[in-house]
Design a protein around this ligand. Structure first.
Ligand code: ATP
Ligand code: MG
Length: 434
C-alpha cells in the first residue's frame, strides 16, 4: 500500500461495525427466517428513512430520556434544520403511518429491519450503529395483540434454536397511575439519596425515577428490591388488561416471569411491557423488548390508535448463534479444474448445473493451483461435493464427483447422471424450502 507519510490510515467509526463474509451467513440466516415467519403471521414490511427531524424523537422517545439527552446523532443540515439519525424505529414508523393514512380506521401489522444509531459506550453487544428488527401493530386494543407479538417472537427464537431465553413481563399502567406512583417513588429515592450512583442521581433530578428501577448497577439491587411497586397504583382497567395478558400467556403455554421492576427506557409505553433476556451475554442480556404504546399516535397528531410493538437487537442474536456454533449451510458444490486449461470448462459446467438445479449454491474455482491445494479450499468451503474436470473426464464426456463429508469412493458420471444424482442428494433441501 502506498501512503504519504503524513496520511494516517482511516478506520471505521468506533462502535460501528463492518460485517465481513465470515459472519454474513448468520445475518442472512436470521433475516431469511424472519421474513418467513412474518409471512406466516401476515405482517407486512415498511421501510422508513434513517434520518428524521430531531423533534420527532425528542417528542416521542422523551426529552429527558438517555437516548435524547446524550445518545442521539444530531446535526444541522445545509438548510439549518435539526436532523437526527434514528435511535429507534417506532417513531419513524408512526410518523409514516400518520403521513400516509395507514392507521386511519385501519388495523396494521408492520415490521422493519434496519440500522439504528446511539452514541453509547461501545462494548460487547452494545454498539453505536446497530441493527434492529421491529414489529408494530396498530388498531388492536385487545391483550391478544400483545400475545400475538410474543408468540411471533417466541416462534422466531425457537426457529433460530435459541430457546434458553426468558420472557419477563410487567405492566406500567396508564400515564396517570405512573404519575401517582412516580411521586411515591421519588420520595423513597430521595430518602436514600446517599445510596444512589451518579446516573441514578441524575435521573432522579431530571424527574425520571422509574428508569432507576431498571439500573444495571448491582449495588442498587437491594435499594430497588425494597422500593414501592407500581402494581399497587394501577387503575382497574390496567389491572384487568394485565390479568388477561397473563392468562393468555398461560393458555398459549408461554413460560414467563412477572418482573415488577421492568420499565422501558422510552417514554411512550403504557400497560404491558416485556423483554426476552438471556444469561449468556452478560449485562447486555436483553435481546428483544417492547410493549403497548396507545398514546403515541395521537401524540404525533394522528387519530387515537391502540399500538403494540417490540424491537429485537440483531447483533445480540448473532453473538448467541456464534456461541452455539450451529451449522448454517452455505455452499453446496465446489467445482474445480484438474489443470489450468480446464478453467473455462468449469465455468460452463457451473452454468449448466445452475440451469438444471437452480436451488444449489455453486462455487467455481477459476484460478491456478494444484489439485491437492484446491481440495483444501474445497474442504474449507464446507461444500458437500467437489466436482472435477480434467483430461480423462474430457475424453469420456464425464465429470468426477467427490463427497467431501463422507468417505465414499469418488464417482465419474455423465452429465445427465450427475444431474440426477445431485437432484436426489439435495432433494430434501428443496422439499424443506418449498
Ligand atoms: P438496553 O437496556 O440493553 O440498553 P434498551 O432499553 O436501550 O436496551 P431498546 O431501545 O428497547 O433497548 O432496544 C431493543 C433492543 O435493541 C435491545 O433489547 C437490544 O437487543 C438492542 N439494542 C439497543 N441498543 C443497542 C445498542 N447500542 N447496540 C446493540 N443493540 C442494541
Ligand atoms: Mg439502552
Amino acid at each position: 500500500m502506498i501512503m504519504k507519510h503524513n496520511n494516517t490510515l482511516i478506520q471505521a467509526i468506533r462502535g460501528m461495525n463492518d460485517v465481513l463474509p465470515a459472519d454474513i451467513q448468520f445475518w442472512q440466516h436470521i433475516e431469511s427466517l424472519w421474513r418467513q415467519i412474518c409471512r406466516q403471521y401476515h405482517y407486512e414490511e415498511i421501510r422508513t428513512p434513517i434520518v428524521e427531524h430531531t423533534q420527532l424523537f425528542s417528542r416521542t422517545v422523551g426529552e429527558q430520556t438517555d437516548i435524547v439527552t446524550k445518545e442521539m446523532y444530531t446535526f444541522e443540515d445545509r438548510n439549518g434544520d435539526s436532523l437526527s439519525l434514528r435511535p429507534e424505529g417506532t417513531a419513524g414508523c408512526v410518523r409514516a403511518c400518520i403521513e400516509h393514512g395507514l392507521t386511519y380506521h385501519n388495523i396494521q401489522r408492520l415490521w422493519y429491519l434496519g440500522a439504528m444509531f446511539r452514541h453509547e459506550r461501545p462494548q460487547k453487544g452494545r454498539y453505536r450503529q446497530f441493527y434492529q428488527i421491529g414489529v408494530e401493530t396498530y388498531g388492536l386494543h385487545s391483550p391478544a395483540a400483545e400475545i400475538e407479538l410474543i408468540l411471533l417472537n417466541a416462534r422466531f427464537l425457537k426457529a433460530l434454536g435459541l430457546e434458553d431465553l426468558q420472557l419477563e413481563i410487567n405492566t406500567i399502567g396508564s400515564a396517570e397511575s405512573r404519575q401517582r406512583y412516580q411521586k411515591v417513588l421519588t420520595q423513597y429515592l430521595n430518602q436514600h439519596q446517599h445510596r444512589l450512583d451518579a446516573d441514578s442521581k441524575r435521573r432522579l433530578k431530571r424527574g425520571h425515577p422509574l428508569r432507576i428501577l431498571d439500573s444495571k448497577n448491582i449495588e442498587l439491587a437491594e435499594l430497588i428490591k425494597h422500593a414501592p411497586v407500581l402494581s399497587d397504583y394501577l387503575s382497574e382497567d390496567s389491572s384487568r388488561h394485565f390479568d388477561t395478558v397473563c392468562q393468555l400467556l398461560k393458555d398459549a403455554s408461554i413460560p414467563y416471569k412477572i418482573n415488577p421492576h421492568l420499565v422501558r427506557g422510552l417514554d411512550y409505553y403504557n400497560d404491558t411491557v416485556f423483554e426476552w433476556k438471556t444469561q449468556s451475554l452478560g449485562a447486555q442480556g436483553t435481546v428483544s423488548a417492547g410493549g403497548r404504546y396507545d398514546d403515541l399516535v395521537s401524540m404525533l397528531g394522528g387519530q387515537p390508535t391502540a399500538a403494540v410493538g417490540f424491537a429485537l437487537g440483531l447483533e445480540r442474536l448473532v453473538l448467541m448463534l456464534k456461541n452455539k456454533s450451529i451449522d448454517i449451510p452455505s455452499v453446496d458444490l465446489f467445482l474445480m479444474p484438474a489443470e489450468t486449461k480446464w478453467i473455462s470448462n468449469i465455468l460452463l459446467l457451473a452454468e449448466k448445473l445452475r440451469d438444471a438445479l437452480p436451488y444449489l449454491s455453486i462455487h467455481t474455482h477459476l484460478s491456478d493451483g494444484k489439485l491437492k491445494r484446491q481440495f483444501k479450499h474445497a474442504d474449507k468451503s464446507n461444500a458437500r461435493f467437489a466436482l472435477i474436470i480434467g483430461q480423462a473426464e474430457q475424453n469420456s464426456h464425464t465429470i468426477s464427483i467427490k463427497n467431501l463429508r463422507e468417505t465414499v469412493p469418488q464417482q465419474t458420471l455423465t452429465m445427465p447422471a450427475l444431474i440426477e444424482f445431485l437432484h436426489t442428494q439435495f432433494k430434501r433441501k428443496t422439499d424443506h424450502e418449498n
